[in-house]
Design a protein around this ligand. Structure first.
Ligand code: CU
Length: 467
């Protein structure tokens, strides 16, 4: 059942051009007919993988990610996942040394169609054993991927094969079911979308997917602390944090679906501005249209998946974020004391005597942090960051922007820039009954009062070994 490289590539359609050259596994396994495992070196959003054969569907767009290419082998749709150490950029300025699949964390999104027979090769290039569980899929028990329970573990260097038929369409994910705490804290996960057999069923024009994961990475280090239970400091969508998370771009009038799953250790109430929407799908299946109620925030518990749909009829730049405000902050926001209302003038004078350049902050809140360029340790991110057209956005972590514009071509996901607000539709400063008589310019904000110890860790500290 050997399939040539050429037929594999031709079956993998449009998106294949954006893939970095596929890396071959060893010659021996190739001769045995394993499809090549494509790999991705960048954390940029790749164009959706439009199906070239079979049932037509509108492919999903993986924020800061990509879709796994496949090949047809008889009636089987074949994929190849490689579990391996990866380096993932969380946002410009910070990378993490993680474990993932095919060069990235999360791994590539798997897309297929209800009724498809899928054969998924999983090669283990990790230093320890692993398995893959197909979360939400209805599979034979022995294909369920629970190490020790339903199969022997996949030892380092080995390749296992999973074969099952996709019995229903919907929103699923994959992740290890072996040394789970470590392997998921290291970033091993991926999205799995099964499109309906009927191309018209619940069809949308734009379909975005992301998985939520959390990491505990000390400033100046690269490897997450895997024994952490609750106290994570980086809250990510597809292992990216604001301002590194792709914007969700839609044309006015598009039917839009946003799907997400939660593999962190706590729930995330996902809130979108500008619209109300309906939950259309969970990892258990489609919500009948008559049973869906309107929301503007949908909570996603640990191990759950949710998809919501809306018609993008209101142009604008609309925030979408987790509503736990400490989940829209980055690592440096962790364990900062609250000094609101504290007058630190005297103590600041004393500290300045020993630490020249010491800057008391936080006495009037922490907004100053958003616009300040503080010196940071190596490899971390400011707690509040990112700039919009009106100033600092003061966010981090699980935050992005839904950008709805008129006249975008279908399939155009390029960042259209900031929204050009119609005349008279932006909140403005009240300057008295006579708007022309401008009030005195506002006093220049002075630094507030946050106590921030910015200390470069000594080389070798932190105790985490790099790969
Ligand atoms: Cu959250």
């Amino acid at each position: 059942m050997t399939v040539s490289r050429r037929s594999f590539l031709s079956a993998s359609a449009a998106g294949a051009t954006s893939l970095v050259a596929a890396t071959a596994v060893s010659g021996r396994v190739q001769a045995a007919g394993i499809p090549e495992a494509a790999t991705m070196t960048e954390a940029t959003m790749q164009p959706p993988l439009v199906p070239s054969t079979g049932v037509d569907y509108n492919p999903v767009v993986t924020l800061n990610g990509w879709t796994a290419p496949w090949r047809m082998n008889g009636e089987w749709k074949e994929f190849h996942l490689v579990a391996e150490p990866v380096i993932r950029e969380l946002a410009p300025g910070m990378v993490a040394h993680l474990w993932g699949y095919n060069g990235q964390s999360p791994g590539p999104t798997i897309e297929a169609v209800e009724g498809d027979k899928v054969r998924i090769f999983v090669t283990n290039r990790l230093p320890e054993h692993t398995t893959v569980h197909w979360h939400g899929q209805l599979v034979p028990s022995g294909m369920d991927g629970v190490g020790g329970l339903t199969q022997p573990h996949i030892k380092p260097g080995k390749t296992f094969v999973y074969e099952f038929q996709l019995r229903k369409s919907g929103t699923f994910m994959y992740h290890p079911h072996a040394d789970e705490m470590v392997q998921m804290a290291m970033g091993m996960m991926g999205f799995f979308v099964v499109h309906p057999k009927d191309p018209a069923f619940r069809r949308v024009d734009r379909d975005f997917v992301f998985l939520m994961s959390a990491y505990d990475i000390d400033p100046g280090t690269y490897v997450p602390r895997v024994a952490e239970m609750t106290d994570f400091n980086l809250w990510t969508w597809n292992t990216r944090v604001f301002p590194g998370i792709d914007h969700l771009v839609a044309a006015k009038g598009d039917k839009v679906r946003i799907r997400f799953g939660n593999l962190t250790m706590t729930n995330h109430p996902i809130h979108m501005h500008g619209y109300d929407f309906k939950v259309s799908c969970t990892d258990g299946g489609w919500v009948p249209e008559a049973a869906a109620w309107p929301e503007v925030t949908v909570d996603c518990a640990v191990g759950q998946m949710r998809a919501f749909d809306f018609v993008a009829d209101a142009p604008g730049d609309w925030a979408i974020h987790c509503h736990k405000s400490h989940h829209t902050m980055n690592a440096m926001g962790h364990e900062v004391s609250n000094f609101i209302g504290v007058d630190k003038k005297d103590i600041a004078k004393k500290i300045k005597a020993v630490v020249p350049g010491y800057m008391p902050m936080g006495g009037a809140g922490m907004a100053d942090m958003g616009e300040m360029e503080m010196p940071l340790p190596d490899n971390t991110l400011p707690m509040m960051t990112g700039f919009g057209q009106f100033g600092p956005i003061e966010m981090g972590g699980m935050f992005s922007v839904v950008k709805v514009r008129e006249g975008l071509a279908s399939g155009d996901y390029k960042d259209p820039g900031w929204f050009k607000h119609p005349e008279g539709q932006v909140a403005f400063e009240w300057k008295g009954p006579d708007q022309d008589a401008a009030a005195a310019p506002p006093a220049k904000p002075k630094p507030g009062d946050i106590e921030m110890d910015v200390v470069k860790p000594k080389a070798g500290s932190g105790g985490h070994a790099n790969h």
